[in-house]
Design a protein. Structure first.
Length: 207
């Protein structure tokens, strides 16, 4: 099974929600059941004769995981524009690399064999003093109206995983990434002038 997330910040969005794809008939049948309250009208799944065309059984406790028609139409309306979305994001990545070169940052690798859609563009602060002042860098950018963020808090540091026995230090690379990372604006509607401002503000913050 493969899961697609259609949260508001994703490249294709339905406002929120997701979809599950599978090529396994048994998985598909179970997914449809869980999506629709565990309801079935299949005669071979009923434990007695049907009362009529309206009849159904709730064969297991399921959920209401159906996407609305409005959400579906919103998502479908974007599919024809995906190539343009991706092309713009790749152009923004190229500009970021050109403008951020020489700054005390570790930039994400552009791998020629991987056709990334660049959902995020995360730079890593390489100088110790900048890492210590990362909160100030983020807050200054936000006060300037620039939507920077930090992704992601390592999963093993959350209370639910700590209760399972995970402890700080077991995944040191994830924790180092978290200490250093700042996500810069990345969306297909970001104009060149706005991107220039993002870079200028970042440069002034890490001098």
């Amino acid at each position: 099974m493969t899961v697609f997330n259609f949260h508001a910040v994703k490249i294709v969005t339905t406002g929120d929600g997701s979809a599950v794809l599978t090529n396994d008939a048994a998985f598909h049948e179970r997914l449809v059941s869980l999506r629709n309250h565990g309801i079935t009208r299949a005669e071979d799944k009923l434990d007695r004769a049907s009362d009529g065309p309206w009849y159904y059984h709730m064969s297991e406790l399921g959920f209401n995981y159906r996407m609305t028609d409005v959400q579906t139409d919103l998502g479908l309306s974007q599919l024809g524009r995906l190539d343009g979305f991706f092309a713009r994001r790749r152009a923004l990545v190229q500009r970021y690399h050109q403008m951020l070169g020489g700054m005390p940052l570790r930039l994400p690798i552009v791998a020629p064999v991987i056709d990334s859609v660049w959902h995020l563009f995360v730079v890593r602060l390489t100088l110790p003093r900048i890492r210590r002042n990362r909160l100030q860098v983020v807050e200054r950018r936000r006060r300037a109206g620039i939507g920077v963020n930090v992704y992601y808090i390592p999963v093993h540091l959350h209370p639910s995983y700590r209760r399972l026995g995970f402890a700080p230090g077991v995944l040191p690379h994830a924790q180092q990434y978290y200490r250093e990372g700042i996500s810069l604006p990345m969306y297909h509607g970001l104009g060149d002038e706005a991107q220039d401002r993002v870079v200028a503000e970042l440069r002034s913050a890490i001098k």
